[in-house]
Design a protein around this ligand. Structure first.
Ligand code: PHE
Ligand code: NA
Length: 507
């Protein structure tokens, strides 16, 4: 058999994994999750989830991925099958293979269908910042008319997709690794320059507004607010940990499959977590919210919601000295962050074709291109963003957590805890302390089960799970107008179902 592609250098691997994890999640999603969940109240469950959920699942996914790669597989169906075989007969193991393959395929394709769009918005806004197109305008209106401008949306999303296709088509070591080696250092440079700018912003509007107030909002633990909304805030925090670390997606496993069988996973997994968290709480936390605090004041900053990055901040850039450059830098930062994550879901789908159907990578890349284009088109055409939000709710609240749950069931329990521990330490640069084992075996899966039940209760009580979704759900969660949104929600659910069925057939 032909030698499987492998990461050429340790640095390349670490940058690729960091690029995978560091994404729009850090700079766009984190700030608005933080703002809409009480700032300092959010950070408490966030760090708890990081420790009890993020780190354990990260180690499991690295270990599972390297194990699969040893047998020539970079996708979850075969990986779960091989590991479950340690405890089960072929038929039983196949069931877990199907579950893993189906969920990972669903996440890679559905997540891409809307996440690539948001990357496209960043490309457009980089351009609009440079030209000053939104300067002096109502930025909310500007954003709404941009997403309604189908031609522009498809154009910026399209060039993003073509570049993704080129990078992935070149392969792992010759493509992905080379691209991230350029993009990731740039990303850090941009982020650091922007943080310096953000923290030295005085408020031109009111002297008592300042970016430092924004930092205080984030970093002052707020137990009172947490108590009031304990469940809601904790669910959001744990969901963010999953999203930002790229857990429950299949893409950490996939990247780890390009390791050699004796390459370290223990320290590298921890390094991925650390690099992502630095980029999230330190860099991501010091940008959108503090900037908004200085220019828009605490009330507006906290209300920014999903639109914080694309609607509130442009309002700031147009009034800031050097705003065109800083605006462009911000949106290019988002673009790089999103791009280096998107490469991973794209590669997952190409690996599937390459390994399961023996389709040549070059051909597979453009087959996936067409597939993702068709899947993304309804998102691009829906200017109400209801369709996007509905996909996000299923992927973010269910599929990721479910997949993470099965990571533990298969990668630890069925593979057998002692095997897992041995596999995790094969070639390891560090020893994971023995007391962490029960956290991985018991606490992490219980945490995820609670998360799943909590999310279900939440959506059920909001009327999201009934056939004709409720008005409250459409208006408060999806942000659309009832009843126009209902057909879009149904369409999204049908697409999700079809994708799950295709995923099952693949296995
Ligand atoms: N970890 C990524 C982020 O923070 C999530 C992601 C990865 C999304 C790959 C899409 C594709 O943005
Ligand atoms: Na991230």
């Amino acid at each position: 058999m032909e030698q499987r592609d492998r990461w050429a250098t340790k640095l390349g691997l670490i940058l690729a994994m960091a690029g995978n994890a560091i994404g729009l999640g850090n700079f766009w999603r984190f700030p608005y999750q933080l703002a809409s969940n009480g700032g300092g109240a959010f950070m408490i469950p966030y760090f708890i989830a990081l420790f009890f959920l993020g780190i354990p699942v990260m180690w499991i996914e690295w270990t599972t991925g390297r194990y699969g790669g040893k047998y020539g597989h970079g996708t979850l169906g075969p990986m779960f099958y091989l590991m479950a075989r340690e405890s089960l007969k072929p038929k039983g193991a196949l069931i877990f293979g199907i579950i893993g393959g189906m969920l990972a395929f669903a996440v890679s394709s559905l997540l891409s269908s809307y996440y690539y769009q948001v990357i496209g918005w960043s490309a457009a806004y980089t351009y609009y910042s440079l030209t000053g197109a939104y300067f002096g305008k109502d930025t909310v209106q500007f954003f709404l008319s941009y997403v309604a401008n189908t031609k522009a949306v498809i154009f910026f999303w399209g060039i993003t997709m073509v570049l993704l296709g080129i990078a992935v088509g070149q392969g792992v070591s010759k493509g992905i690794e080379r691209w991230v080696k350029v993009m990731m250092p740039l990303l850090y440079v941009f982020a650091i320059l922007l943080v310096i700018r953000a923290l030295t912003l005085g408020s031109p509007v009111k002297p008592e507004w300042s970016s430092i107030k924004g930092l205080e909002y984030i970093w002052t633990p707020n137990f009172t607010a947490l108590k009031e909304n304990f469940f809601k805030i904790s669910l959001a925090a744990a969901g963010q940990i999953f999203f930002t670390l790229s857990l429950g997606m299949g893409i950490i496993h996939n990247y780890a499959s390009y390791l050699g069988p004796e390459d370290d996973v223990a320290l590298s997994g921890l390094a991925t977590v650390s690099l992502n968290e630095f980029a999230e709480v330190i860099l991501g936390g010091s940008l959108a919210i503090p900037i908004a605090f200085a220019y828009l004041g605490p009330e507006q900053a906290v209300k920014g919601g999903v639109g914080l990055a694309y609607m509130a901040l442009p309002n700031v850039f147009m009034h800031m000295p050097g705003g065109r450059i800083f605006g462009a830098m911000w949106f290019l930062l988002l673009w790089f962050a999103g791009f280096t994550s998107a490469i991973a879901t794209y590669n997952y789908l190409v690996a599937m074709l390459e390994e399961d159907l023996k389709i040549d990578r070059k051909v597979g890349t453009w087959v996936v291109f067409v597939f993702l284009f068709l899947l993304g088109l309804p998102v691009a055409l829906d200017s109400s963003l209801v369709y996007l939000s509905e996909l996000d709710m299923w992927v973010g609240s269910y599929f990721l957590v479910l997949l993470g749950f099965f990571d533990v069931i298969v990668g630890v329990w069925l593979f057998k805890p002692d095997n897992f521990w041995e596999e995790l330490h094969k070639g390891a640069f560090i020893n994971v302390p023995e007391w962490f084992k029960p956290i991985i075996m018991y606490i992490a899966p219980i945490f995820m089960a609670i998360l799943l039940i909590g999310n279900t209760k939440d959506y059920y009580s909001m009327g999201a799970l009934s056939f004709h979704v409720s008005k409250a759900y459409v208006e408060n969660v999806l942000g659309g107008a009832y009843p126009d949104a209902v057909p879009l929600v149904l369409k999204a659910r049908i697409v999700i179902l079809i994708i799950l069925i295709i995923g099952a057939i693949e296995a």
